[in-house]
Design a protein around this ligand. Sequence first.
Ligand code: GLN
Length: 534
Amino acid sequence: MSKFIFVTGGVVSSLGKGLASASIGKMLEARGLKTTVIKCDPYLNVDPGTMNPFQHGEVYVTDDGAETDLDLGHYERFTNGNFTKDNNITAGKIYFSVITKERRGDYLGKTVQIIPHITNEIKSCIKKVAHDQDVDVTIIEIGGTVGDIEGLPFLEAIRQLRWELGESYALNIHVTLLPFIKSAGELKTKPTQHSVGRLREIGIYPDILLCRTEMPVSKDQREKIALFCNVDKEAVFDAVDVKHIYEVPIMFKKQGLDNLILRRLNIKREEKDLVEWTNVVLKRLKHPEHEVKIAVVGKYIALQDAYKSIYEALVHGGIANNCRVNIVKIDSEDLEKTKNLASNFKDIKGILIPGGFGDRGIEGKIKAVQYAREKNIPYFGICLGMQVATIEFGRNVCGLNKANSTEFDKDTKYPVICLQEEQKDVKDMGATMRLGAYPCKLEKKSLSYNAYKKENISERHRHRYELNNSFREKFEKEGLIISGINTQQDLVEIIELKNHPWFVGCQFHPEFKSKPDKAHPLFAAFISAALDCK
Ligand code: GLN
């Protein structure tokens, strides 16, 4: 039977609970345990699929086509897990399910209440993941901060679970903040005392505290925190700010967090270092041999989290090439006004256009593609980035005046990107895109095949529009290479260009499957091409 680790957060949001949970997964995996990580999100959306990136950051997509919280991206990048829709439990999903059951008559005669109906539903969703994925340890991260009204049913559910399971089957880890007050010249423990106090009021007694700080916690402060928060001294851990997120598991490992978790959960495993991670990932991150500047052209560049997996996959592509990737974020709307593109792309050795929706900034993206194509700068277009590359090729190489996607111009004379038949009648916006893993067959003589070194691949999707097959013949005649096809549905998955050093557009999202120690082949190939760019 699986053991459970519940991770909560206190004082403020953005403390890195997701990274802490992913790092715990990583450390336990290194000790030979099979783990899974669940994210509980207390908001009422069923999933984040319909939220704006400014609200939510990136929407991460799993193989089974779930649109999930970006923390699942951290979990998959740090561990060997391949997670499913069940790994993201939202309040929306829970309420939806309980109300559906109520309408069906499953609770006939009863008043349906938060306790026990909502909390039972949460508990059964958590247990289902542990059971279906057949793991040794299930890590559950509760989104939000202790004290949020929305979070209460989730906290109550984990309180009950711990009570039912018993001490050696469940562990509570609380991630908290020790702010540094400049005028006092010291780290303050009071907010942590308060936040642990809030937890104890509702019957949750943290076993371990991970204290986010700017500097190491002194012995005295550790003792004070232990005393006031009712935890052992050895269970107070520093979570000092680190330069690279991939240092987090090493930081916790050095302090023995994995050993304490195993001891508390009564699990015996041999000591194991994170050798590969330290030797390859960190060494190359910290002391790379090369350096390269890559431009990411998008409309959400002001928000760090909007293209999370893209930025991480670029870093991974860098690690694979022993190279530091300096990302230059360019707002596509700014490019629309620019006369002198060369100044925007000064010293840039590769241009990447990520996914997106809606027409804002589209013409700027098309200008960026044209620049990359004409100046022989490596180009990587992902989803919308592939679609704008197709539009640019249609307009400027094939002479299809005002060619466009019907997403941006319904009446365009040349709809080079358009809706598939099955998308035309879609009315509901939630979970109705082409989502999740689909197979793709690669053309042997292509940049893509060179990168993957195999003919059949599977990649994750999240889009409605597709390359319009009626333009394929014309495109190919003019020098577009179609190097990846979904043969079952006859859909174009990858385009490339003749007479260009490295130009790849893919309809899928390769960034979701890239890991620091196993860069995605297309990202590795893109960075390698950027290093060759004169
Ligand atoms: N808006 C485009 C579509 O729906 C591209 C989506 C994306 O980039 N993820 O097809």
